[in-house]
Design a protein around this ligand. Structure first.
Ligand code: AP5
Length: 207
C-alpha cells in the first residue's frame, strides 16, 4: 500500500504495543511523536526543554513544534514510501498540516474505555535498553529485567486524567474527521494484547 497509516486512540490504548505488528506487516517505519519528544527531553535539547513541562502536566505540546518535528522526520529516506504515525496527528490543525505534506491512506483507531486506560497506564513499565513495553499484570516482564525497567513520569493517575481530558477535547474529534474521509477502521481494544493484535492484523490485511 502506498501512503501512510495513522494509528489513533487514547493514551494507553495500545498504540505502541500494536505498532509492532503493523511495522512487521507493512515494512513502514514507525514514527512516534511521544518517543521523539521523550528522547529530546532526555538529551536536554531545546525541543526537550520546551516539551517537558507540557508532557509532565498531561497537556499537548504546541502544534507548531510537533509539525516541525514531523516535517524534518519525513525528509529521511526511510519515509519515502509512507510511514506508520503513532500518536500523531492529535489535533485537527496537525491533521490539516499533515494532509499538505504526506498522503494518509488509512487510519486505524483503537478504542478503549477511560477506566481501563487508567489501569493500563499506571501499570506500564518500559525497558530503556530495548524500548519494549510491559505491564505489571497484563504483560509481566521477565524477572531478570525488572530492576532496569522505568516508569514514565506522566504515567501516574492524576496526569493520566489530564491526558484523557486532552484526548477527549482535542484529539477524539479527529476520528470523525477521518471517518468522513472514508479511511477510518475502528478496532475494539479491550481484549488481550493477542486478541487486539488479531483485529489489527485483519484491518491491515483489508487495506
Ligand atoms: P505519547 O507517548 O504519544 O503517549 P500517549 O498517546 O498518551 O500514548 P501512550 O504511549 O501512553 O500509550 P499507547 O497507546 O502507546 O499504549 P501502550 O502500547 O504503551 O505522548 C506522551 C505526551 O507527549 C503527550 O501527553 C503530549 O504531551 C506529547 N505528545 C506526543 N505526541 C504529541 C502530538 N502529536 N501533539 C502534541 N503533543 C504530543 O500500552 C499501554 C499499557 O497497556 C502497556 O503497559 C501495555 O503493556 C498495556 N497494554 C497494551 N495493550 C493491552 C491490552 N490489549 N490489554 C492489556 N494491557 C494492554
Amino acid at each position: 500500500m502506498r501512503g501512510s497509516i495513522v494509528l489513533f486512540g487514547p493514551p494507553g490504548a495500545g498504540k505502541g504495543t500494536q505498532a509492532e505488528i503493523i511495522v512487521e506487516m507493512t515494512g513502514k517505519p514507525q514514527i512516534s511523536t511521544g518517543d521523539m519528544l521523550r528522547s529530546a527531553v532526555s538529551q536536554g535539547s531545546a525541543l526537550g526543554l520546551e516539551a517537558k513541562e507540557y508532557m509532565e502536566s498531561g497537556q499537548l505540546v504546541p502544534d507548531q513544534v510537533i509539525i516541525g518535528l514531523i516535517q524534518d522526520r519525513l525528509e529521511d529516506p526511510d519515509a519515502s514510501n509512507g510511514v506508520l504515525f503513532d500518536g500523531f496527528p492529535r489535533t485537527i490543525h496537525q491533521a490539516e498540516a499533515l494532509s499538505e505534506i504526506a498522503e494518509v491512506s488509512a487510519v486505524i483507531a483503537i478504542e478503549v474505555p477511560d477506566e481501563e486506560i487508567v489501569n493500563r497506564i499506571v501499570g506500564r513499565r518500559m525497558d530503556p535498553e530495548t524500548g519494549e513495553i510491559y505491564h505489571v499484570s497484563f504483560k509481566p516482564p521477565p524477572p531478570e529485567l525488572i530492576s532496569r525497567l522505568v516508569q514514565r513520569k506522566d504515567d501516574n493517575e492524576d496526569t493520566v486524567r489530564m491526558r484523557l481530558a486532552a484526548y477527549h477535547d482535542q484529539t477524539k474529534p479527529l476520528g470523525d474527521w477521518y471517518s468522513n474521509m472514508g479511511i477510518l477502521s475502528t478496532i475494539d481494544g479491550t481484549g488481550s494484547i493477542e486478541e487486539v493484535s488479531k483485529s489489527v492484523a485483519k484491518a491491515v490485511r483489508s487495506l
